[in-house]
Design a protein around this ligand. Structure first.
Ligand code: ASP
Ligand code: SER
Ligand code: ZN
Length: 577
């Protein structure tokens, strides 16, 4: 082994300075690409990404020359994070590495350009417009057509995905991981296998609640669509759940509402009644953070962000939050529409921005969340404080439903959050098997549906053979974004919410508690955000919640009244599929 030319301290200092510069360059190129897709921006972005990957990989390789006994705890943590800092590493061969970044960007562009003209029309619609139809239309033939039409996108993505798996695995192996999935699982301050057991444990805790919700929803859909389309004891057709991936089901709440006999409200309607603009939705989010003691967003956030879909060019519409220079150049990129769902997404994204800003004083390699589930959980935690009382306080709702409306409120949240849990789990359980080689290209689609059926209890329309590549129809697969983070975030946000509600001195039920305006809750949250990734995640979790373990208990507590109601509704119904 070569002798290191310098001591670990100066090596890291130089490495962090270089990575800051290269990452900022890559962010700028990527921003221009994602907000204006052309052949040129594609190439510029691919090249900037290739440079970042090459540099990170090179530093990571050189870092293995230091002997661990020569490193301080902070230094060895930084070296570990350096190896894990990107979701993709390049193989040493420059041709391979060029092909990998080119194919990765190609998948992203194919996805972003996807359009489908529903049967009997000639107007090609984008994913957002197709999604609106799935949410609002109740004709099963139309729903199946729109679902199938969007999923055609997978066919075009499949060849690039297959090569990307080979090349990305090659890169991960050269860095000492068994495959890219193992590399992703190594980011949680515990051995990769132990992490997989952890996600299993959390799922076991919430699975009974999910099955109860599933059985109730299936029975109501069967009443609506008939037993031929929604048979008893079978998985639910994926296109009937009001979402392209059947990942959250709040769009079908109106179908269930007549059961409830309770007053509720429709956030989409409230926003439209009040003529709220896209920028005003973002202002609502900012004001929430300000109310608990955070600073207003920088002026450049408002001038540089993209809030709505621009006319006349292709963009990556999937919402994301940016921290371009790892300091104060925060941005939001969204194709915002005036809906309750996007109101929540704005809070989700601002959670990322406020996290990024809170840890910007950390050394470069610690400017990250405690683990990636933390990043995804912060904005959602704030959104759990969007209670009827909060909406009344900010003037959107004229009177809040009395506590009699609790089942309606909880059911809406469960359709959003509980329905999501098995989907949040299965996307990466599937990719882990793909990266490890357990699932090969000849069975991509079959295994995808077997696993989705087993976890979620949903099924595709007939005929999804291996010409199709249905996993490719979900953004994060072509975009190479790990997904287990969202499962973890859906558990963590209830833990965070419970802790912050207590810090705010509130004693009502969790689903009726809002931390809006609580400086005490804000200070507790900020203390954790400022730590960034400087400590192992159990330390960060403890700072906020007092506990060192991820725990589904608060989620179960939040939904306990609904669970009792669902179990009552399900009496005499067979659960499962
Ligand atoms: N809201 C999007 C999603 O979670 C993007 C993000 O993570 O910020 O996929
Ligand atoms: N934002 C993530 C998605 O769109 C998780 O909700 O899938
Ligand atoms: Zn996110």
């Amino acid at each position: 082994m070569d002798e290191p030319e310098i001591a670990p301290g100066p090596f890291l200092e130089a490495a962090e300075a270089r990575l800051l510069e290269t990452s900022t360059d890559a962010n700028r190129a990527d921003w221009v690409y994602q907000t204006h897709i052309t052949e040129d921006t594609e190439q510029l972005s691919a090249r900037a990404l290739a440079r970042l990957i090459a540099e990170t990989t090179d530093l990571a390789r050189r870092s293995t020359h230091f002997r661990s006994e020569d490193l301080s705890p902070v230094e060895s943590r930084k070296f570990r994070l350096l190896r894990l800092s990107l979701p993709l590493v390049a193989p040493g061969d420059p041709h391979d590495s060029e092909e990998l970044t080119r194919r990765t960007i190609a998948m992203s562009s194919t996805f972003a350009r996807g359009r489908y003209a529903p049967h009997g029309t000639s107007d090609p619609l984008d994913l957002q417009a197709l999604s609106r139809i799935l949410e609002e239309n109740r004709n099963p033939t139309v729903l199946e057509d729109v679902w199938t039409g969007w999923h055609r996108i997978g066919r075009a993505i499949r060849p690039d995905f297959q090569r990307y798996v080979e090349l990305a695995n090659r890169g991960a192996r050269e860095l000492g991981f068994s495959d890219l999935g193992a590399m992703w699982r190594s980011k949680y301050d515990m051995p990769p296998d132990e992490f997989a057991r952890e996600t299993d444990r959390l799922w076991k805790d919430v699975e009974p609640l999910y099955r109860s919700l599933h059985a109730y929803v299936r029975r109501r859909l069967r009443e609506a669509y008939g037993p031929d389309r929604v048979p008893d004891k079978e998985p639910i057709p994926a296109y009937l759940l009001g979402n392209m991936w059947a990942q959250s089901w709040e769009a079908i709440l109106p179908w269930l509402a007549r059961d409830l006999g309770e007053p509720t409200y429709d956030l989409t309607q409230l926003l439209r009644d009040h003529h709220v603009s896209p920028a005003e939705i973002v202002r609502f989010g900012e004001r929430f953070f300000v109310s608990i003691g955070f600073d207003p967003l920088p002026t450049t956030f408002w001038t540089r962000s993209m809030f709505t879909r621009p006319a006349g060019r292709d963009v990556v519409c999937h919402a994301s939050a940016w921290d371009v220079d790892f300091d104060d150049d925060l941005r939001l990129k969204m194709c915002l529409e005036i809906t309750g769902e996007d109101f929540m997404v704005v809070h989700h994204e601002l959670g990322h921005n406020y996290y990024q800003r809170a840890y910007r004083r950390q050394p470069f390699l610690f400017r990250e969340s405690a683990h990636d589930g933390f990043h995804e959980a912060v904005g959602d935690t704030i959104a759990l404080s969007i209670t009827p009382e909060y909406l009344r306080e900010i003037g959107l709702l004229s009177e809040s439903p009395e506590s009699g409306g609790d089942i309606a409120l909880l059911l809406r949240r469960a359709l959003e959050k509980v329905a999501f849990l098995p989907f949040g789990l299965v996307v990466d359980e599937w990719r882990w098997r793909v990266f490890s080689g357990e699932v090969g290209p000849a069975e991509y689609n079959r295994s995808w549906w077997e696993m989705r059926e087993a976890r979620q209890g949903v099924a595709p329309p007939p005929g999804r053979d291996e010409v199709e590549f249905d996993a490719g129809a979900k953004y994060h697969v072509p975009a190479n974004v790990p997904y287990m983070r969202y499962f973890l975030a859906h558990i963590l946000q209830f833990q965070f919410h419970q802790a912050l509600v207590r810090a705010a001195g509130l004693s009502g039920p969790l689903h009726r508690s809002s931390i809006y305006g609580s400086a005490a809750a804000g200070a507790r949250l900020r203390a954790m955000l400022e730590m960034g990734e400087s400590r192992e995640w159990p330390d960060a979790l403890e700072t906020l919640t007092g506990s060192r373990r991820m725990d589904a208990g608060p989620l179960l507590e939040y939904f306990a009244p609904l669970r009792r109601w669902l179990d009552e509704q399900n009496r005499g119904t067979t659960l499962g599929w």
